[in-house]
Design a protein around this ligand. Structure first.
Ligand SMILES: Cc1cc2nc3c(=O)[nH]c(=O)nc-3n(C[C@H](O)[C@H](O)[C@H](O)COP(=O)(O)OP(=O)(O)OC[C@H]3O[C@@H](n4cnc5c(N)ncnc54)[C@H](O)[C@@H]3O)c2cc1C
Length: 392
């Protein structure tokens, strides 16, 4: 892969709106990505392997639990800092950002928000340092966009719960130490359970053959009569709203993360277009290429402003799920379109691993589907503005 020459576009001087802490956190993440992610990520994506050696660095830049209080090992940052960290990581690779998102928003968040004090003390510091890696089990083979239909279930056996079922498409599954698993009790109510590697009957086979998020490990969570201690139930929130609350936090991070992927594609395409000469002049001098580049920077700028405002609302605990859906949907689609256009600007070179664009483009095909598909987020906006549910 070519050297990482990334320069972040900031067309509307957003830097002036960020605090010193925001910039410090962002710049540390940016530098780390340049030093520790960019040089290796292409080869790990090519061999479809998660680079485990970066776990320590992810913990050090505060990517595991950015907004979890410091008393539990988190970084104690605000939501804009969290967003900026996700932006910088996804600038490197969406798969690496996925690992961090799952750890922070889908594993640490529910333990912090819905767990007991004992569970927080037990798990959060280890997850924040990367000593433990986590997975989040909601999706099932027959229940993706409709997780409320899940069949994974547990029975109360007196001194423990007996868990049965299977989860599919689970990020971090193949190497996770703990998994937050959503399952129905005997009354059909959804609860979260903390399942640990080593519990008998719990296995995590890897899903192979992916053309997307190849540097992120994906797998299944299979439960065959797994005895889960009663202390491992997350007691403070039940029902579908509990996992959806986690998804709000992760989707918010994706809204920022996608901007990172888009910025990287745009920056690469702009540099290439200024250097590549055809018909006697740089291709950046042709109107057709300028149209692409001008539209890209416009869309990136709009997405940056959307994410920033959403971050302010989130800091004030006023961001609604529907607002988060809109930002996730808009920003991921924006990034995907920019990846496709950038790829064309590079011509044949765009399809190679010498540049990051094709990897971003393939990754974003997962990002547009997971954490609520593009369609589902549109239906959420539709429901919000009309009051009419078009899901069923
Ligand atoms: C790489 C990767 C990592 C993932 N990581 C995790 C993870 O860590 N944990 C986890 O729990 N899940 C994870 N997922 C699962 C992901 O969230 C689901 O793939 C997603 O929710 C969609 O579910 P599905 O794939 O079953 O598609 P389906 O729900 O079967 O949808 C198929 C198509 O039908 C459309 N559709 C569905 N319902 C409607 C409707 N009512 N109206 C209109 N159109 C509709 C969808 O938009 C989509 O286009 C991951 C997925 C991928 C690809």
């Amino acid at each position: 892969m070519k050297p990482d020459l990334f320069e972040a576009p900031d067309y509307y001087n957003l830097d002036e709106l960020y605090s010193d802490e925001h910039k410090l956190v962002r710049d540390a993440a940016r530098e780390w990505v340049k030093r520790d992610v960019s040089p290796i990520i292409e080869s790990y994506a090519q061999k479809a392997e998660f680079p485990k050696q970066i776990i320590k660095g992810l913990a050090e830049i505060g990517a595991f639990g950015p907004y979890i209080p410091e008393e539990y090992g988190g970084a104690g940052l605000d939501q804009i800092s969290y967003g900026l960290i996700m932006q910088e990581i996804e600038r490197g690779d969406s798969g690496v950002r996925s690992t961090a998102s799952v750890q922070s928003s889908l594993v640490m968040y529910p333990i912090w928000a819905y767990g007991t004090e004992e569970q927080r003390q037990n798990y959060l510091p280890k997850l924040a340092s990367g000593e433990f890696m986590g997975a989040f089990g909601l999706t099932e083979p027959n229940h993706g966009s409709n997780p409320g239909g899940m069949t994974t279930n547990y029975k109360d056996m007196g001194d423990h719960f007996l868990l049965n079922g299977a989860k599919l498409w689970i990020s971090n599954a193949p190497f996770c130490d703990v998994a937050v698993v959503w399952a129905k009790n005997e009354e059909g109510r959804i609860h979260g359970l903390i399942v640990e590697r080593g519990m008998e009957g719990f296995s995590t086979p890897e899903t192979h053959n992916k053309w997307s998020l190849r540097a992120s490990a994906t797998g299944e969570l299979i439960f065959q009569d797994v005895k889960v201690p009663k202390n491992n139930l997350l007691p403070n929130k039940t029902g579908l709203g509990a996992p959806l609350g986690c998804l709000d936090s992760a989707r918010y991070g994706i809204a920022w993360g996608a901007i990172g992927a888009a910025m990287d594609c745009y920056d690469t395409a702009l540099r290439y277009a200024k250097e590549r000469v055809q018909f006697g002049k740089p291709i950046a001098g042709f109107q057709l290429q300028q149209k692409k580049l001008a539209e890209m920077i416009t869309e990136i700028t709009k997405a940056q402003l959307l994410a920033f405002r959403l971050g302010q609302l989130k800091n004030e605990k006023r961001a609604t799920s529907a607002q988060i859906s809109m930002a996730k949907r808009n920003n991921v689609e924006m990034a995907l379109k920019i990846a496709r256009e950038s790829r064309q600007i590079l011509g044949g070179m765009g399809i190679t691993g010498d540049y990051s664009i094709m990897r971003h483009m393939m990754n974003l095909e997962s990002v547009v589907t997971y954490e609520g598909t593009h369609d589902i987020h549109l239906l959420i906006t539709g429901l919000d503005i009309t009051g009419i549910n078009a899901f069923k």
